[in-house]
Structure formats: C-alpha cells, structure tokens
Design a protein around this ligand. Structure first.
Ligand code: FES
Ligand SMILES: [Fe+2]
Length: 399
C-alpha cells in the first residue's frame, strides 16, 4: 500500500446482496411459506361485489367477487377451461361465469355449468378452478393462501373487540402509516421493521420533517426492546414537564402486524388500530388497517404528513425537503441490501425481529406451527400490550 493512500473508497466494493429468506414472498420460498400459514387481509368487504376485482397478494394474481347469495370468493384468474381471465366474468347468484365459453364456478371453484357441452357438461365435476378460503371480519376480507390442512383460525384482537360506548371498528385500505401512496414500491420488510425502530421517530419525524406528530414525539426516548411470544415489543419512555412519564408500547406481531398506537397521542389508552402490511409481491406492499373510531373517516386523521397535507398533496420539492417513512423506506431501494448494513445498538429491535422471523422459518421448515397460529377458539383472541400510557413517576422508566 502506498503511503498516505486513502482507503475505503467506493472502488472495488463487494457486490451487494439481500436476505432472500426474509424478503421473498412467492409460494415455495421460506418466507412465502411462513406467510402462507396466516390469514391476510386482501380487500375491504365492500370491494367484494358483483364486479370482479383484481387482487395481488404474496406474488399471486387473483380475482375477488361476491356471488348473488352474498358469499365472497377468491379464485385463480385463469379459467380452468382454456385460460382466459375471470376478470371479464359475470357474477351470478351461484357464482362467477367466464366470459369466453360460459363455464360457471362457485366460490370454492366447483364447476357448476358448461353451457357449450351436451347436457350442461356431464364431466364438469372433473374440473376445479383453483380457489382460496376467505373470511370477513372488521370490514376486511381475509384470505388464507396456505396448505389447507394447516389453516389456523382467523384471530380476534382485544383492541378491536372491546369497544367503549359510541365506538365502532372502521376498516381502511389507504395504507395508513406508510407515509406515502396506496402501494409502496419496496419490499414489505423495510416497512415492517420500521415498527420496532423507535429512534427514527425524533429524527425523521421530529426534526427532518418538522414536528410531524407532536412535540412530545420529538423528545429522544429511553427505550427497551424485548421479544414476546408473538413478535417484538418496543417500550419508549419520555419525561414530561411535571414529573409524569409518557410510556409508549409498540409491537411488531407475526406475520406482518403493525401494532402502533396513535403517534399523535390524542389520548392515553390501549392501541387504537391495527395495520396489516400486505406483501403484494417482493417489491411492493400496501397496508390494511382496522381501528376503533367514534366517527366515520376517523382513521384518516392519522395520515397527514407535512403541514396537514397528505403525501400526494406535497410537491416533489416538499417530499425531498421533508422526508417521511415513505421516502426513507423506498429510499433503501426495492429490496434493501442487507450486506451493506452496519447495525448499531439502537437497531436492536430490528435485529430481534429478524431473529424472531428466522426462528419462525425454522419452525415451519421442521413441520411445526409458527407463532400465533391458533386452532382452538379459546386461543384465537390476541391481547396486545401496545398503547400510549401516562405514568406518574419517573421511577418506572429505566435508568
Ligand atoms: S376459457 Fe373460460 S369458459 Fe372457456
Ligand atoms: Fe415512522
């Protein structure tokens, strides 16, 4: 080496790589198979209607509809006859009728009619249009894309079941919490990890973007991270004037739940809403939300970015000048290069979450049932710790 030579230049750096096992979601991949052991919201209940609706989830294109008897259905789009898409189909009382030769399928893919065949198709029982099970709850349509013999119960969540007088549960499909448009062009994990990254709050949301939430959230917190039975929990303490302490608990819950109390801290209570990060494919995600509100549209109040504007109301200059979660996470690239990361102590939540998910991958690979999958009604209600709480004495915060 020449004396005085600068090292560490960008020249000759290693080719960057990412963790395929943690990020990729197609069927047959490790994470794709783990995610397929859970129910995921794929639409609002109101989207399932008499017009076939395109759905893309976990890298699969599907068609959602609701038959004339009110049953929602989710089918593989390519008709089992000769493969045209059911997007152009008509919905009838008993199911969905392909536009090309009129084969009629019910919500479980049974072929009920083949009108071009003698006698309506005596061999129609031999055909099954690929389908997935659906359930509706909280105004959302949940789909199970996994192995039928491993299908868990659709969980209930305490924060959406225990309502105060005047409260009701509102669904939302506008990707609340992403800080950006409906569909974000990056890997789902980049967003989900952010849930357990409390130190970005005073920086990204408290100084770069101005006080995006409240002045309170701009205070650098004391933080503790822990792994729970269902994911990773972050506790943040902020000292308030007068000796009170704001105790905030946020959770990332397997498979993709964001359990994030209102960052505007409108009141001190258990978490108000749940977000499900839906991996659309390896490089796109969106968020479905359900939350307790007292007025229709109440969930939208937590969407604003800069100066009360939503992301789509900001100019490109404002988006650059006042970056939020959307800019920071899409700024990591379509799938971030894990080989180029340098973790510090403040990244402990992200490290714990990756380890938690690695363990779940191993459970599934070994033939087990991953965290939080319940098969008996008594186990299917989830209680969260998350919320914004006010505690009286600084003595309860860590040193
Ligand atoms: S391609 Fe659908 S009925 Fe022929
Ligand atoms: Fe954020």
């Amino acid at each position: 080496m020449q004396a005085g030579m600068d090292t560490g230049t960008a020249y000759g750096r290693p080719r960057p790589t990412y963790r395929r096992d943690l990020t990729e979601v197609s069927a047959g991949t490790p994470m794709g198979e783990l995610l397929r052991r859970y129910w995921h919201p794929v639409a609002l209940s109101t989207d399932a209607g008499t017009i076939p609706c395109r759905v893309r989830a976990l890298g699969e294109d599907l068609i959602l509809f609701r038959d004339g008897r009110g049953r929602p259905g989710l089918l593989y789009p390519r008709c089992a006859h000769r493969g045209t898409t059911l997007y152009y189909a008509k919905i009838e009382d008993r199911g969905i009728r392909c536009c090309y030769h009129g084969w009629l399928y019910d919500v479980q893919g049974h072929c009920l009619e083949q009108p071009c065949e003698q006698g309506g198709g005596p061999r129609r029982d031999k055909v099954r249009q690929p389908w997935y099970p659906l359930e509706e709850r909280y105004g959302l349509v949940f789909a199970y894309l996994g192995p039928p013999d491993k299908k868990p119960l659709l969980p209930r969540y305490d924060c959406l079941e225990e309502l105060a007088p005047g409260e009701f549960v509102e669904p939302d499909d506008s990707s609340i919490g992403s800080g950006g448009p409906l569909i974000a062009p990056c890997n789902w994990l980049q967003h989900w990890e952010n849930v357990v990254d409390p130190f970005h709050v005073p920086v990204l949301h408290g100084s770069f973007s101005g006080a995006q939430f409240t002045a309170l959230m701009g205070i650098m917190p004391k933080v503790e991270f822990s792994t729970t039975a269902r994911g990773v929990k972050v506790e943040s303490w902020r000292e308030l004037d007068g000796g009170q302490v704001h105790h905030r608990i946020t959770e990332a819950v397997c498979p993709t739940l964001r359990v994030v109390p209102n960052p505007r801290v409108a009141s001190y209570q258990k978490v108000e809403s749940l977000g499900w990060v839906l991996p659309i494919d390896d490089t796109h995600y969106r968020i479905y939300t359900a939350g307790r509100v007292t007025e229709r549209g109440g969930l939208q109040e937590i969407r604003s970015r800069q100066g009360g504007k939503r992301w789509d109301e900001l100019t490109p200059q404002e988006q650059r000048q006042f970056p939020g979660d959307y800019e920071a996470q899409t700024g990591q690239g379509e799938i971030t290069f894990h080989s180029e990361e340098h973790f510090a102590a403040s990244d402990k939540g992200v490290a714990l979450l990756r380890r938690f998910m690695e363990n779940q991958l191993m459970v599934v690979a070994a033939g087990g049932d991953p965290a939080g999958t319940a098969f008996a009604e008594a186990d299917a209600c989830v209680r969260f710790d998350a919320g914004n709480y006010l505690i009286e004495s600084a003595a309860r915060s860590p040193a």
